[in-house]
Write a protein that binds this ligand. Sequence first.
Ligand code: F0G
Length: 374
Amino acid sequence: MRLWSPGTTSERFCYALGTEETKMSYHGIIEKYKRYLPFSADVVPVTLYEGNTPLIEADNLQRELKADCKIFLKFEGVNPTGSFKDRGMTVAITQAVIEGSRGVICASTGNTSASAAAYAAKAKLRAFVVLPKGKIAAGKLAQALIYGAKVIEIEGNFDEALKIVREVGEKTRTTIVNSINPYRIEGQKTASFEIVEELGASPTFHALPVGNAGNITAYWKGYKEICTERGLKRPKMLGFQARGAAPIVEGRVIERPETVATAIRIGNPASWSGALEAVNESGGKISTVTDDEILAAQRLIASTEGIFCEPASASSVAGIARLIKVGFFTKKDIVVCTLTGNGLKDPDIVSKGVEYRSTTVRAKYEEVIKLIEQ
Ligand code: F0G
């Protein structure tokens, strides 16, 4: 048995354990999908081993919604920083390193900033994040801070933050890592590859929350590539915006977007045309869900499937719940909903809800058993 050898950390562990089988076989999306990404074979990825997320058969949820169709949940909340952004960020930050970037910057409703900060830390790059003050879930802000980003909060919304970030990007040598950076889209498209690999086909429908519209653009690009390569039918894309922040549905910029789902509180999406292309080319549609529907779906996903996603994520399920009620799907349909982020990022949403109340009693068996037997 050798206790140390040169090589990667996982290889060294294998040597220490004296076994080859323990070698980790998964090293993130760039290594796995390099041939679909704009990198050369010898690229050195900046990775936190993102991707490879579960596609969960949601049979309890299906029954609860009285759905004829089959429902799967692609849970992106188990990525290293707790959201789908990590797929795009590994690619964008790897490219920033290749280009000799001085540092990275993004505007964010929280998840992009958390992810950018983490990957920048790994790459030893400086990260600057510009956030709408008071509208970022506590966990996301904590992430940006602990990963060591310079956090700048503005008295304005996401759209205003992105405008400033674009200007900084133009005038300095700082790389923008919002989804206007095409490398982000390249990374995020890999979620479609995983779904097709898992199902052995495309789903009939794919439902997603829509904010800045980068993700629906990326999924559609991914589906088109993999379906062309494998001669498969493409899915129809379903996008859902929150009622108070639905610029694409309403066909106009919303100056003051408002929704409980702060992650998608966006009034002027950068990838507006990408989202329209995805729904139009695929024969899908984009529609709205209310805040109440979003919160009800979040609760239902947690209580039926044991999955805690953040409010914005639940809008995909809220959207299909609405469509199920009007008989939109048939028995043959397979519907995948992406749950974009982890609910642990936003615990306040639970403590604020009147339906979630704990009961406090004295520290006595009698008092506890009384409640259990009620
Ligand atoms: N779900 C979550 C949890 C998000 O954080 C976002 C976007 C979306 C859905 C919508 O994705 O913007 O590609 O349409 N969050 C961005 C951010 C805006 O700054 O973290 P999109």
